[in-house]
Design a binder for this molecule. Structure first.
Ligand SMILES: [Zn+2]
Length: 582
């Protein structure tokens, strides 16, 4: 077979039909030896490529482009012949797909059973100490492979979930669920597995499977004397009565981390945030305007609070501040609402009058109300980051801060252990698109602040790659960062230093408006306790007031502000190597 492919490849290469490797048919691409064979004949000596006829073959599945990536190549990691994988991937018949899913699950089970005793002991010890939500990266390297496996199963199952025969669907649920309780199962894998199960069951329910998964979860929770977050979310969603009954009997809140944390945190729901905005707008009608600028995916109104001077200056600059793009980063909302309250309360003071004469503020405390509602609803926080839009493949949620039109990148499943859900195209989501329309309408937009959580850092552009900003912006941004963090000892550096991430509001804000576009990562934890919340808010408002003091003309104003030499522990500069012309 390989020989035939080789000759075929040579023939195609000779005819000059294959200008680049990307247009090689998938069947040829899979084998490394054929790749090697093609290269010499596509050299400069090959004939110029002929115009290719448009392919008349229809794609096998009605899936978005990012889902047609040949992920079946991953089968080689799981001791399954790639040819078998490919066949199952390309057909829309259920039987071969189901067989492949079962084979993948069997591999996972074997892998768990083959875990050496030493690892099991280590895991048990770690679990005793760290079996908590916050410690889920400890076997990240290994779980990347498992994420890949889960992603393959998901891709095979999700597009056909509606017409999957019930017994086969149940078989998958039972087999997947049974893995949850395995002693070699670690927290990250459990999390990944439970969130998948939740997604499938949310689209298509199955009472017996839910019942058996519930039993398994409860057994596991009792054995480890712990209630992992995703177990709670699962039970809350699919078996709330079981959770109530169970917690009364066995699990005391004192060692149930997730539950305890939830009892302590106090964040405003989107409804409470909207109510406060309405109150402020009513109380200060001469200084505010409450502007509905769009609707979320689930139909909630997106509100912006426009704060301006009583007698409006026609030359005032616009400043935009956005909170809670990521649904579980609640502090952004809290701080913006606090800012609005303080400014309006003090609107008669000379400081605020002078400020509002120079700038008009546009505050959006909640850009992602659907996600925020989901994260806080039902009594258990769910660490939910995305919005709630349903994608063509049945997945729920897009990361709004990857959905802007600046170096936007399509879906990649694992990006150094992170799931990247950027949507189908830039501004595919109603929330980001509404923000774009609003921002483009604002007159003289000079500064934009995007509030996130957490890290105690002011992030400068660019996020998309290790690239310097044009002209002297690089230097000016550093100076502004340094000026802002003087108030509260945050750190400042370009966002790509965290990890490169594309399609962000921060980058788009700079490239689209040439504005001072910054990201503030608030505080030192994701769900802050009330005492810490108040402290963080006070600290960050100082920083934000500095931001506002230069926001009308930031790049000119920073030039005239004397700054002490930068503290290298706080201001981390990136050195760029200039590419030399070749
Ligand atoms: Zn964020």
């Amino acid at each position: 077979m390989r020989k035939v492919v080789f000759v075929f490849a040579l023939l195609i290469g000779y005819l000059g039909v294959v200008p680049t490797i990307s247009s090689v048919p998938l069947s040829v691409r899979s084998s490394p030896s054929t790749l090697f064979a093609i290269r010499p004949v596509t050299s400069a000596y090959a004939r110029p490529p002929r115009k290719r006829r448009a392919s008349t073959r229809k794609p096998a599945l009605p899936l978005p482009a990012y889902y047609r990536h040949p992920r079946w190549l991953g089968c080689k990691h799981f001791e399954i012949p790639v040819s078998k994988c490919r066949a199952a991937w390309r057909t829309s018949r259920i039987a071969p797909r189901h067989a492949l899913i079962i084979a993948l699950l069997a591999w996972w089970k074997r892998d768990l059973e083959n875990t050496p005793q030493k690892t099991l002991d280590w895991l048990a010890k770690r679990r005793e100490k760290y079996f908590r939500v916050g410690e889920w990266w400890f076997d990240r390297r290994k779980s990347d492979k498992i994420y890949h496996l889960l992603e393959m199963i998901d891709t095979l199952l999700q597009p056909h979930l509606d017409r999957y025969p019930q017994p086969l669907y149940r078989e998958i649920l039972q087999k997947t669920g049974a893995l949850l309780d395995h002693p070699a199962m670690s927290m990250p894998r459990q999390t990944a597995l439970t969130s998948r199960l939740s997604r499938w069951l949310a689209r298509r329910t199955d009472a017996p499977s839910i019942e058996s998964i519930r039993t398994l979860m409860q057994r596991s929770m009792l054995r480890h004397r712990e209630c992992p977050w995703w177990f709670l979310v699962f039970l809350q969603t699919f078996a709330p009565d079981a959770l109530a009954r169970f917690s009364k009997q066995k699990i005391s809140p004192s060692w149930c981390t997730a539950r305890r944390l939830h009892q302590e945190i106090r964040f405003r729901t989107p409804e409470a945030s909207d109510a406060l905005l309405r109150t402020l707008a009513k109380r200060y009608p001469r200084h505010t305007r409450l502007v509905p600028f769009g609707k979320s995916y689930e139909g909630r109104t997106l509100w912006a609070l426009h704060i301006h001077a009583k007698r409006r200056n026609p030359n005032a600059k616009s400043v935009l501040m956005v909170g809670a793009q990521h649904a579980d980063e609640h502090m952004g909302t809290e701080i913006l609402l606090d800012l609005a309250q303080t400014l309006l309360k003090k609107h008669k003071t000379p400081h605020v009058r002078e400020l509002l004469d120079r700038i008009e503020l546009w505050l959006i405390p909640v850009l992602n109300p659907d996600g925020k509602h989901f994260d806080l609803a039902g009594g258990v926080v769910k660490i939910w980051r995305y919005n709630r839009s349903i994608q063509p493949d049945g997945q729920i949620g897009v990361d709004l801060n990857r959905n802007y039109d600046d170096h936007w990148q399509p879906f990649r499943y694992v990006d150094r252990g992170r799931v990247n859900l950027p949507g189908l195209r830039p501004f595919s989501e109603p929330e980001t698109d509404a923000l774009r329309q609003l921002a483009e309408k604002l007159p003289r937009l000079t500064a934009l602040l995007d509030l996130h959580q957490y890290g105690r850092v002011v992030l400068l552009p660019y996020a998309y790659a290790k690239k310097p900003l044009p002209n002297d912006f690089e230097d000016l941004f550093y100076k502004i960062g340094q000026y802002l963090i003087e108030t509260n000892r945050y750190r400042t550096f370009p966002a790509h230093r965290l990890y490169p991430h594309q399609g962000t509001l921060g980058d788009w804000g700079f490239s689209r408006f040439k504005a001072l576009s910054l990201v503030l990562e608030i505080g030192s934890a994701s769900y802050l306790k009330p005492t810490l919340q108040a402290h963080t808010t006070r600290q960050d408002l100082k920083l934000i007031h500095r931001f506002l003091s230069i926001a009308d003309d930031p790049f000119q104003k920073i030039r005239s502000i004397p700054l002490p030499p930068p503290d290298p522990r706080l201001v981390r500069r990136t050195t760029y190597t200039t590419p030399t012309a070749q």
